[in-house]
Design a protein around this ligand. Structure first.
Ligand SMILES: [Zn+2]
Length: 382
């Protein structure tokens, strides 16, 4: 069986219901991966994640390579053992973080030299190193090193950069030493130029990779453009391989990504928002520090099965948050991660039920974008 075996179970328009089988388990798709930058989804234990229905997590190569180091992680038995997480893990290539170190990096055809913000050391991230480090982690899915460029960008620049990404992908593929235990996904680039996107998706499709990501999006472009480009990329990728949209997004974005033909997502939004006291609920966004929750004994979200919603009222959560108690971000993170997983489960059911169910869910998700029970101005008035 292939290292990343994708079975297409049902289709509804462009939306796909599938099953991705990886070395550490099965992922029912569409699926959302919470982000565990440092080898931990901040504030949660692996037991919490499993209870929330998380099937797969993402970890960041840049951070774990610099500290504690890939050789140390390998010696400790790999990332799964170190984190005590038995389900699948995907790591990014480290490229995105390195490219964002604007004043401390130098890009050549060979790779990217950069000065780490953690230990001040100069390091060289090449396609070969990106693969070596991710294979040392022992993750289920490694991402190929791609060149990340700013938006907007001139067509010539995008075309040259996309070609380099293809050459780097070929080098990543050649550098693999554990293709039976770590899959390699390639990343479709092409900026916001439709023909470049299509051409790149076709070139990558011809390489018959384990899976594919649509990259270079969510970089500041208008929302409509993001989903148009995701749809265009997805449409030219192989039907029987998994498709991953990197770094997206809000609950409504996940629904729109699925409608564009995407199977896999990751984003820091649910976990980061929780630490800022923002919860996503079936009644809209809740800013827990707001004074109107001061005397409210009701749950964050009556429709949510999580421990925080089952046992605690808003008044207490608000008190914890305003008193800077460590339990507040923990409970809000647990809630947001559960909310996202519940949403993905509903999306999967809706795809099986058909277009009406899927569009009804999209209309509902539109309502979740606004602040609960009113406008943003009243929410921010703490
Ligand atoms: Zn909850």
């Amino acid at each position: 069986m292939p290292v990343a075996d994708y079975t297409l179970l049902a289709e509804c328009g462009r939306a796909r219901r599938g099953r991705l089988t990886l070395p550490h388990g099965v992922v029912e798709t569409p699926a959302f991966m919470p982000v565990g930058t440092q080898g931990t989804v901040k504030a949660l234990t692996p037991v919490d994640l499993e209870g929330a229905g998380v099937q797969m997590v993402l970890a960041n190569t840049y951070h774990l390579w610099v500290r504690p180091g890939h050789e140390r992680i390998r010696a400790l038995g790999g990332l799964h053992k170190m984190m005590d997480w038995s389900r699948p893990i995907l790591t990014d290539s480290g490229g995105f973080q390195v490219f964002s170190l604007k004043e401390f990096r130098k890009i050549t055809e060979e790779g990217v030299k950069f000065r780490s913000t953690i230990d001040g050391q100069w390091r060289h991230l090449t396609p070969e190193v990106a693969v070596e480090v991710q294979e040392a982690f022992g993750v289920d899915v490694a991402m190929a090193l791609d060149e990340c460029i700013e938006w907007p960008a001139e067509r010539d620049h995008v075309a040259r950069s996309t070609d380099r990404t293809t050459r780097w992908l070929a080098r990543c593929n050649a550098a693999r030493r554990a293709p039976e235990s770590t899959a390699l996904f390639g990343i479709v680039q092409g900026g916001m130029y439709e023909d470049l996107r299509v051409e790149h998706a076709q070139r990558l499709a011809a390489m018959d990779l384990d899976g594919y990501a649509v990259g270079g999006l969510s970089v500041g472009e208008p929302r409509e453009q993001l989903f148009a480009m995701a749809e265009l990329g997805a449409a030219h990728l192989p039907k029987h391989k998994v498709r991953y949209l990197m770094g997206v997004g809000y609950p409504l974005d996940l629904v729109d990504g699925v409608l564009a033909g995407i199977d896999l997502f990751d984003c820091v939004i649910p976990t980061r928002s929780a630490r800022f006291g923002v919860a996503f609920t079936s009644r809209g966004r809740v800013t827990i520090k707001h004074a109107r929750h001061r005397d409210d004994p009701g749950p964050l979200d009556p429709a949510c099965p999580c421990y925080a919603c089952g046992r605690f009222g808003r008044a207490y959560l608000r008190h914890l948050f305003t008193a800077n108690e460590i339990l507040a971000p923990r409970l809000l993170t647990l809630h947001n991660v559960t909310f996202y997983q519940s949403l993905m489960a509903r999306i999967r059911r809706a795809i099986e039920e058909g277009p009406e169910a899927l569009h009804a869910l999209r209309r509902e998700a539109e309502g979740w974008m606004a602040a609960e029970g009113g406008n943003d101005a009243s929410e921010s008035d703490a």
